[in-house]
Design a protein around this ligand. Structure first.
Ligand code: HEM
Length: 212
């Protein structure tokens, strides 16, 4: 073999190696299809911050689910150390998201609850202090972990949007970490903190990997 033939052979081997590398990267970076049967209507990811203005716009959140039992919708995006939630109920009173109850019933859950009255949103960070009651974490000497919230009400129901830390650190506050956790959803028809729910349900969900 002369020098020319050897260099052409090296060039061809180099080109082939490059093509294999590109094909491998292409396959590894292809988006994962959503798991069949998961209660998720969207699993696309985004690094955009949701705008907390009481309106859940199409594509604003990375994930969303519709809970048939209550008719409520939950949307969320995890960005850095925070989680942004959009919660919608078909009702006109309070609505809430509860995290990781220890039971029975609502005991031990951290509950983010609120309502919209005369265009103004009210929200509280609460915890289930007994199976059937809850109180603000601030009453137990902790710092509420709601960083920011907004809400709006219209003929279709009520929307709350809020942000909190994934790991707020209070003893009655729940850390949101990878893995399946129990999420409670509930709403009522009165703008207060005490009226028994019209609908309530629990879903099991990994907020970091909802398609799994
Ligand atoms: C506002 C005052 C509230 C009252 C008086 C109340 C009362 C009760 C009662 C008596 C039960 C047991 C009966 C049943 O299963 O329906 C219950 C269960 C439940 N509540 Fe509440 N609740 C309140 C707020 C909330 C909030 C804010 C949430 C948060 C999402 C919530 C979520 C639930 C869930 C998911 C269950 C069923 C738990 C299970 O089956 O283990 N509740 N509640």
């Amino acid at each position: 073999m002369n020098k020319g033939t050897v260099s052409i052979a090296f060039l061809l081997v180099g080109l082939l190696g490059g093509l294999v590398l590109v094909a491998d990267l292409w396959v590894k970076n292809a988006p994962e299809p959503p798991a069949a049967g998961a209660p998720i209507s969207s699993t696309s990811t985004t690094s955009l911050l949701p705008t907390l203005n009481g309106v859940i716009a199409a594509g604003e959140y990375a994930h969303s689910l519709h809970d048939k039992a209550t008719g409520m919708d939950l949307s969320w995006s995890i960005v850095g150390k925070k989680i942004y939630f959009g919660l919608h109920s078909p009702g006109k009173g309070w609505l809430a998201l509860g995290l990781a109850p220890e039971g029975p019933a609502m005991k031990g859950a951290e509950i983010m609850m609120g309502f919209v009255k005369k265009g103004q949103a009210y929200m509280q960070d609460e915890f289930g202090n007994t199976p059937y009651t809850h109180e603000p974490v601030t009453k137990a000497g902790e710092t509420a972990d709601l960083i920011k919230f907004a809400g709006a009400e219209d003929a279709q129901g009520t929307t709350l949007e809020f942000a909190r830390l994934l790991n707020p650190g209070g003893k009655d506050q729940k850390s949101i970490v990878p893995g399946v956790m129990t999420i409670m959803l509930a709403y009522a028809d009165k703008d207060d903190w005490t009226t028994y729910h019209r609908q309530r349900s629990e879903v099991k969900l990994d907020l970091f990997a909802p398609g799994k």
